[in-house]
Design a protein around this ligand. Structure first.
Ligand code: PEP
Ligand code: MG
Length: 326
């Protein structure tokens, strides 16, 4: 088993009929890069930077501390791309110091992620500067969570330009980053062309896209049985996002849990997805799925799944292998 995983690690993810797929890792802290590399990840598709800010009772990490953390991640990935997501605090990821002041009734609909960053320009500038500075050490992609309004696209791009301008003016070393937006609110998926005009790539956050499309709190046990990644509306938003991004020649990846769930590998491939980002432990299983998939044989799967009342059923192979009793 160990040998098999070892052999699998160095092998690129290619379908039986030759379609190359990029497999990336989701990480929470710089130290997670060793698990990412051990699993054979070709880069970090999602560095959830809010984990640097969580579980701290005192000061939040300043620019220098963040820079050192991002640099450590970038250096340990040895030239592979690292996608650093700006802070996604709030809702299911509260700060320690927030709990005392947290009076919001619906935190998932409240001041979280990019809303939180734009409400605290000094904090946001420190983070953007840290990320731009870390890009001196290797390829960095800057990813912004939860954008759902055109004014947030503008404000975000302005903030990046301001941070860059100051680094230039000071002569502080910094690198070039590509800019991406998470597509995780239905409003974003429904105005995707605006994102594709302004960003280099998009990354689909299925965890939140499901929550916000279906109005199901992803952290509420009472409605967990209604949290359905197979819901036709969710699949339609994902398929459209992939198709439109590719038509525009922009990068598109899925970094929510669906990317690491083998039940969705064939469906996402049939939607055209060629970049998956997941928890490192899932990566070998997904790679195996891809190595055993003949994309040509999946012809029509996307249309069938998108038209079905029961997409999960429609995604299963038409002919089931007979179960031979032993
Ligand atoms: C998502 O929403 O799918 C996602 C990847 O982000 P997070 O789970 O950190 O909200
Ligand atoms: Mg999310």
């Amino acid at each position: 088993e160990r040998d098999r995983l070892e052999r699998l690690r160095g092998r690129p993810a290619v379908t039986m009929d030759g379609h190359r797929v990029e497999l990336l890792a989701n990480i929470e802290l710089p130290g997670d890069t060793s698990a990412a590399l051990a699993a054979g990840a070709e880069g970090v598709g999602l560095f959830r930077s809010e984990f640097l800010f969580m579980n701290r009772s005192g000061e939040l990490p300043d620019e220098q501390e963040q820079y050192e953390a991002y640099r450590a991640a970038v250096q340990s990935m040895r030239g592979l791309p690292v996608t650093i997501r700006t802070i996604d605090i709030g809702a299911d990821k509260p700060l320690d110091r927030m709990s005392a002041h947290d009076h919001t009734l619906n935190p998932a609909l409240g001041l979280r992620a990019i809303r939180w960053s734009l409400a605290d320009p000094d904090m946001f500038e420190g983070q953007l500067r840290a990320i731009l500075r870390a890009a001196v050490h290797g390829p960095v992609r800057l990813l912004v969570p939860m954008i759902s309004h055109p004014s947030e696209i503008r404000a975000t791009l302005d903030a990046v330009e301001r941070a860059r301008g100051k680094l230039v003016a000071e002569g502080t070393p910094h690198g070039v980053v590509t800019l991406g937006a998470m597509i995780e609110v239905p409003a974003a998926a429904l105005m995707l062309p605006r994102f594709l005009r302004h960003f280099d790539f998009v990354s689909i956050g299925t965890n939140d896209l499901i929550q916000y499309t279906l109005a199901i709190d992803r952290a509420d046990e009472a409605v967990a049985h209604l949290y359905d990644p197979w819901h036709p509306a969710v699949l339609a938003l994902i398929a459209n996002t992939i198709r439109m991004a590719q038509a525009a020649g922009k990068g598109v990846s899925v970094c929510g849990e669906m990317a690491g769930d083998p039940d969705f590998t064939a469906v996402l491939l049939s939607f055209g997805l060629r970049s998956f980002s997941m928890h490192p432990t899932q990566l070998p299983r997904i790679k195996q799925r891809i190595l055993r998939t003949d994309l040509a044989a999946l012809d029509g799967l996307a249309d069938r799944v998108l038209a079905a009342d029961d997409p999960k059923q429609a995604s299963l192979p038409a002919v089931r292998p007979a179960i031979i009793p032993v």
